[in-house]
Design a protein around this ligand. Structure first.
Ligand SMILES: [Zn+2]
Length: 344
């Protein structure tokens, strides 16, 4: 079973493509190796609802301005799936431009603020200490220290008010019900939206067709089984979302094939878990030691952040499943070993 892509090409900059009745797809550039994000505009009576904002830079602001100027009615609502800069970063700017009110989950709203302010175990300074414990070398740590808060650098301002969505809530847009689906592992309380009437799932970053969603462990919750949470959230989607649903992901092309994609992602993570387990067979390994096992390529500082998060998430998962044991040495570095009894 493979994925079906009903649109071979993404929209051009500033173009709106209707992918379901009243649901429009637009694309914005991202200044990373992952070079784009998909955003969604929903017709809502005589106005509009925007899903996610794009990354805060001038190219995105200019494209938004062009789109807003072309709309036939006011933007009344902005719904944000999660706190990451490419999804929430322009919320303040868009709210000022349009007078729209913001809706998101409490977990994402509060996480944005603590990461931005680097308090409560969140943000760059806590992450540097977490990566030190997971064996990252002094040179790469120094690069993180010099970089400081990537989040605060990227996001100029955050909204101070919002309307809360929580699990089980329903958003009514243009008279149609969109069910709020909370997912974990990529961000604390990520929100996807599912409209049974249209057969459409706006999946955010939880279900992507080509790349695998980044799964990371926050410094504040060092033992979190973020990978287990993520896989459980995927299983819920596979169970609850009918196969004929059109999935609108934040990156890549819209697709059909939720169950096939969830199955492929399980296989991908199983394979990574086995590779890590095998790498810890001969000698104890830290998360930093294992970056090469997981990513056979050079990583820049931004990618190293995601890679370390991913490695720690997999190692926590293996340790909690009893497949690896964990030791902390005298200098505080955590290493993992495959216990003899778990060999097979
Ligand atoms: Zn994200």
């Amino acid at each position: 079973m493979s994925l079906q892509y009903p649109h071979a090409q993404p929209p051009a900059a500033g173009e709106l493509v209707e992918v379901a009745p009243g649901v429009f797809w637009l694309r914005m550039p991202l200044p990373f190796q992952l070079d784009h994000i998909n955003l969604w505009l929903l017709r809502d009576g005589d106005g509009w609802t925007i899903i996610d904002t794009g990354f805060p830079d001038d190219a995105v602001r200019a494209t938004w301005q062009q789109i807003l100027d072309g709309l036939d009615g006011p933007v009344r609502r902005l719904i944000v799936t999660h706190f990451h800069p490419d999804h929430l970063g322009l919320a303040t700017w868009l709210m000022e431009k349009t007078d729209a009110e913001l809706s998101m989950t409490t977990g994402e709203f509060l996480t944005a603020h603590v990461v931005w302010n680097e308090v409560g175990g969140h943000g760059a300074r806590f992450m540097v200490e977490q990566f030190r414990q997971h064996g990252l070398d002094a040179e790469r740590l120094a690069r993180f220290e010099q970089r400081g808060s990537g989040y605060r650098k990227a996001v100029p301002a955050l909204p101070e008010y919002y309307r809360r969505f929580k699990a089980g809530d329903v958003a009514t847009v243009d008279g149609r019900k969109w069910q709020i689906i909370i997912g974990h592992g990529h961000a604390p309380e990520h929100m996807a939206l599912y409209c049974a009437e249209l057969g459409v799932l706006i999946s955010g970053d939880m279900l992507l067709p080509r790349i695998s969603t980044n799964v990371s462990v926050f410094a504040a919750t060092p033992d979190a089984d973020a990978l287990g949470w993520y896989l459980d959230s995927l299983d819920e989607l596979a169970r609850d979302i009918p196969a004929e649903t059109l999935v609108l992901p934040s990156h890549g092309l819209p697709f059909y094939g939720t169950q096939a994609r969830v199955k492929a992602l399980h296989a991908h993570h199983d394979e990574r878990l086995r590779a890590l387990e095998n790498s810890c067979e001969q000698a104890p390994q830290s998360a930093a030691d294992l970056l090469e096992t997981l990513f056979q390529r050079a990583l820049d500082t931004h990618q190293t952040m995601f890679a370390m998060g991913e490695a720690i998430a997999h190692l926590n998962h293996l340790e909690q499943a009893g497949r690896l044991s964990r030791n902390t040495d005298a200098s505080g570095v955590i290493r993992y070993t495959r216990p003899p009894s778990a060999a097979h």
